[in-house]
Design a protein around this ligand. Structure first.
Ligand code: ADP
Ligand code: MG
Length: 682
């Protein structure tokens, strides 16, 4: 069996299954081998259910005293119900549409149940638990089970089987790295690593497999980016861009001084755009550090020099926010620079009008979402393209934006907090500028973690802030009520909130299922203070700037990764007033409060991400990705920091001796096949 054979060459994979695999991005044998588990499961020792382990997956050992009963709910769901007796407590168990289980369960016998318990009106409940005979459970406890991303119709078991078959029938070539690196690093072999990453015998082996695969990924990534760097430097800069005195005039009438870091970044960019070569620069600055104004000043120089500059943002809300901000700036300061906007939800006639504006003005500023890069959109005079929140875009999308001009200068902006040295390793082909300090008027955000019992106080606090003329965000994990998860949803929550505040305040709702135009309207209302409290899902996470908002309350905060909480918290603390972040912890798991408490210790996103990892258990380690910036299959820049350093050192070593890999043809071809398999971002 060949690596590139289609997956239907595997026994038992017919037309229907092939289609399902295709949905998961799996087409070939190689794809399935590289379709790595999302996380792993080690079945835990059985415990007694108590209030400290509710809402988490646990195993209980319990006796079923009388035969399970079947009944039918209003919406015609069959429920199989039983009561399971542990040592001191009993648990109500329910399975949906699983009547066949009834005959397998013997009254009087002890079973192990694995699943999530919840506490409901003083009773423990478990829905849809897995059920095992005790001896079988002991056996299965010795293994590490892969858990894959699924699609409807394709079970975890079915995927495991196909992977196993592919592993058994396919020969994986182990000659991937130069021999001297293999010897120096002494990782387990590639084929062994692939095998063990799917089906590890134990955690030890899994860690070894991960080391090898993460190292490889990082090595090829860095190698490629250094090779590109070689090829990049020499495009001459034919744009005649000057540092314009009108930009300075504008800057001095802004009403605030740029911070030292902002000034430094701006002068870095000016060196680029007025320099000899076309350049690519990464601007990194934590949320709220003020990247937008720097981008605008650079675009202004470009436009005043007679060219067009474009900025692409990942959401309509954000694009609209930039557009309105830029319009206001140009109007208020009498700058004769047209600003155009392109977003998906605009009417055809509006887009036409904008395109006309661009066609008729050699110099202008262009703002938009992905709509900027859609086919047919043309810009004739682009000298600078900027991607905001760059991790939300793929390489191709960014390339496509630059291809709308003739080798324009490129800036990408990111709020992922990584140290400079790391950024230089990862973005070898870019110049890196970092905005470290926050604008001087900022007070650090005060954060607290609270439990349900403090809800009233929290609402009183929100109301006090609103009375002062400020605004608040309240974040809920869900859009609407769900049968399987007990977490707050924006739909019901906003209704409840209206009652709590007796309709005194204007409450808005925002979530990802709304149409872009609706979302824009809500965000505009919030920005214009027509909405006091915005109840939202995490759609506000990226880039939204409403400096008058001073409270960020996050419901079910325990369900979010700390990196995400950090980004959310960054939506407040963007003005002069003291801001607050209230994290509602709905879990009674002690580890959860430990984790959330990290948020109290620091405002530094990098620190937070690393501490979060330290607290996670081994099974967790494989599931979370702290940074959305790089979509590696295995590697994570925080978790695999050691391998990252090795990879960087080794890539330099190889390229020093052989800058174009002319004497490493095998390595070059492995690199090429790696690149076609990877959808990473650079
Ligand atoms: P981000 O880096 O997260 O994109 P923004 O560019 O949206 O941050 O800036 C956040 C807020 O800070 C904006 O309201 C902006 O006008 C303001 N701001 C930016 N720079 C300064 C500064 N030097 N002094 C005071 N406020 C600033
Ligand atoms: Mg921003």
């Amino acid at each position: 069996m060949e690596l590139l054979s289609p997956i239907d060459t595997i026994k038992g994979v017919g037309e229907k299954t092939t289609k399902l695999f295709n949905k998961l991005g799996v087409y070939t044998i190689e794809d399935i081998l590289l379709f790595f588990p999302r996380t792993y499961l080690v079945y835990p020792d059985p415990v007694e259910p108590d209030k400290d382990n509710v809402n988490a997956n646990i195993a209980i050992s319990a006796r079923i005293k009388s035969a399970p009963k079947i009944f039918r709910t209003k919406n015609r769901l069959d429920v199989l119900q039983a009561t399971a007796f542990c040592e001191n407590t009993s648990v109500d168990i329910a399975w949906f549409n699983s009547n066949y289980l009834k005959s397998n369960i013997e009254p009087g016998k002890v079973y192990i149940f694995y699943g999530k318990t919840v506490l409901n009106n003083g009773r423990f409940k478990m829905t849809q638990p897995l059920i095992f005979e005790p001896e079988k459970y002991l056996e299965i406890q010795k293994t590490v089970q892969p858990i894959y991303h699924l699609t409807k119709g394709l079970s975890n078991n079915a995927i495991s089987k196909v992977v196993r078959e592919a592993l058994g029938r396919c020969k994986i070539d182990d000659n991937r790295l130069p021999k001297e690196l293999e010897d120096k690093r002494d990782f387990i072999s590639y084929s062994k690593a692939i095998q063990a990453y799917h089906f590890p015998e134990n955690f030890d082996e899994l860690v070894k497999a991960r080391k090898r695969l993460a190292y490889e990924e990082l090595f090829f990534f860095i190698l490629n980016s250094r090779l590109q760097e070689e090829g990049n430097v020499s495009y001459p800069n034919n744009f005649k861009i000057i540092h314009h005195n009108k930009t300075d005039e504008f800057q001095s009438s802004l009403g605030f001084e740029l911070t030292e870091d902002q000034n430094k970044v701006l002068s870095d960019i000016r060196e680029d755009i007025t320099g000899k070569y076309v350049t690519q620069r990464l601007i990194q600055g934590d949320v709220g550090s003020g990247k937008t104004i720097v981008a605008f000043l650079a675009m202004l120089d470009v436009a005043l020099s007679g060219y067009q500059a474009a900025i692409m943002a990942p959401t309509e809300v954000l694009a609209k926010q930039h557009y309105n901000g830029f319009l206001q700036w140009t109007k208020e300061h009498g700058l004769d620079i047209p600003v155009a906007l392109f977003t998906g939800s605009m009417k055809v006639s509006e887009k036409k009008a904008m395109q006309k504006l661009v066609d008729e003005n050699e110099s202008c500023i262009i703002v938009g979402t992905h709509a900027l890069i859609s086919d047919g959109r043309e810009f004739n005079n682009l000298a600078l393209v900027i991607t905001d929140e760059q991790h939300r875009f793929g390489v191709q999308q960014r390339d496509k934006l630059s291809s709308k001009g003739e080798r324009p200068h490129i800036i990408v902006m990111s709020a992922t907090p990584i140290p400079r040295t790391l950024a230089m390793i990862l973005y070898g082909n870019m110049h890196v500028s970092i905005i470290k300090t926050m604008p001087a008027n900022r007070l650090p955000i005060k954060t607290c973690v609270i439990k349900e019992g403090m809800r009233k106080t929290a609402y009183k606090f929100v109301s006090d802030e609103v009375e002062k003329g400020h605004q608040a965000y309240i974040i809920c994990p869900l859009v609407e009520a769900s049968e399987t998860t007990e977490a707050q949803n924006v739909t019901d929550y906003s209704k409840k909130l209206k009652e709590v505040f007796k309709d005194k305040y204007s409450i808005g709702v925002l979530h990802g299922k709304m149409k872009p135009a609706e979302k824009n309207e809500i965000m505009a209302d919030f920005a214009n203070k027509n909405i006091d409290i915005l109840v939202s899902t995490t759609v506000v996470e990226v880039g939204v700037n409403v400096p008058n908002a001073t409270v960020m309350m996050i419901e079910n905060a325990n369900r979010f990764g700390l990196a995400a909480l950090h980004q959310l918290r960054g939506r407040v603390g963007r003005g002069d007033a003291q801001s607050y972040c209230i994290l509602m912890n709905a879990s009674s798991d002690g580890n959860e409060s430990k984790r959330l408490n990290i948020m109290l210790k620091s405002n530094d996103g990098f620190y937070i991400a690393r501490e979060d990892l330290k607290l996670r258990g081994p099974g967790d380690m494989f599931g979370v990705r702290q940074s959305g910036e790089f979509s590696f299959k295995v590697a994570d820049i925080y978790q695999d920091a050691d391998e990252l350093e090795m990879a960087s050192e080794d890539a330099s070593y190889i390229l020093e001796k052989d800058p174009n890999l002319e004497n490493h043809l095998e390595l070059r071809s492995t690199l090429n096949s790696f690149l076609t398999n990877q959808f990473y971002v650079l």
